[in-house]
Design a protein around this ligand. Structure first.
Ligand SMILES: Nc1ncnc2c1ncn2[C@@H]1O[C@H](COP(=O)(O)OP(=O)(O)O)[C@@H](O)[C@H]1O
Ligand SMILES: [Mg+2]
Length: 246
């Protein structure tokens, strides 16, 4: 029996993906009643630690769908997402949530800041989720300091006590970036982070991402419908007809 097993394993075991995040033959089909929409049709690629990858594709091509799968916000119809060689499809719901909160930071087009919280409080939210209420009082000071340093680095040192409505669009997005980074995630996912900003402010946000990549080796995956932007920043891939092309 052991002989038999040895033979089959050498023949059939695929090597594990090497990326920090690896997508393998991802398919996603949305079903609404009798209608089904095949959005992703076999997406495979690897994000290596420290890389900055930009995926562009036009509106409706499935960019957000893909980011949601990679960030464990949604599950594929078939195929796998590996995080550091671990197949995440085996994760329980609780484990998925914990891994997402700890290892993945999200930046969205519309910021999604909580209006009643200050800039500093918004930034601290994922850290409060990560450290349970029991551990929170002990961790509070160190985390606060980290959040304050991040905000200062992002040029928001004098905005920490402001609420989102008192900020410009660029300042709101920088707050969202600080929030995404507070738990020091392995992967930062950005979904059209400049989509709601004028071009000058958008450029500043891209500069912030480039700086994080350069100075902190932050791994970043950004999606955008802006082909010109994608080709200027990092390694760019094109999402079309449900597949990725170089
Ligand atoms: N939850 C959903 N249910 C049904 N259809 C969806 C859902 N999310 C997205 N879609 C559809 O899937 C396609 C791809 O959407 P999306 O990933 O948001 O594209 P993009 O981000 O590139 O604009 C669109 O046609 C969209 O309407
Ligand atoms: Mg989208």
């Amino acid at each position: 029996m052991s002989k038999h097993r040895e033979k089959t394993t050498t023949e059939t075991t695929p090597t594990l993906p090497e990326g920090l995040v690896s997508a393998r033959d991802l398919h996603k089909t949305y079903r609404m009643g009798k209608v089904s929409l095949e959005v992703l049709r076999g997406v495979s690629f690897d994000v290596q630690p420290g890389e900055f990858i930009t995926i562009y594709g036009h509106s409706g091509s499935g960019k957000s769908t893909l980011l949601h799968l990679l960030g464990l916000l949604d599950e594929p119809t078939s195929g796998q997402v590996f995080l550091e060689q671990t197949d995440t499809s085996s994760f329980s719901r609780n484990h998925r949530n914990a891994v997402r909160n700890r290892d993945v930071g999200f930046v969205f087009q519309f910021y999604y800041l909580l209006p009643e919280l200050t800039v500093l409080e918004n930034t601290l939210l994922p850290a409060m989720v990560e450290h349970s209420t029991l551990a929170w009082p002990g961790q509070n000071k160190a985390l606060r300091q980290r959040a304050e340093e991040l905000l200062a680095e992002l040029g928001l040192g004098d905005r920490m006590k402001h609420r989102p409505k008192e900020l410009s669009g660029g300042e709101r997005q920088r707050t969202a970036i600080a929030r995404a980074l507070v738990n020091q995630p392995k992967l930062l996912l950005a979904d059209e982070p400049t989509g709601n900003l004028d071009s000058k402010t958008g450029k500043k946000i891209i500069d912030v991402l480039l700086r994080l990549h350069r100075n902190h080796k932050q791994t970043i995956l950004m999606v955008t419908h802006d082909e010109e932007l994608a080709q200027q920043v990092g390694r760019s891939l094109y999402l079309t007809d449900g597949k990725l092309v170089k």
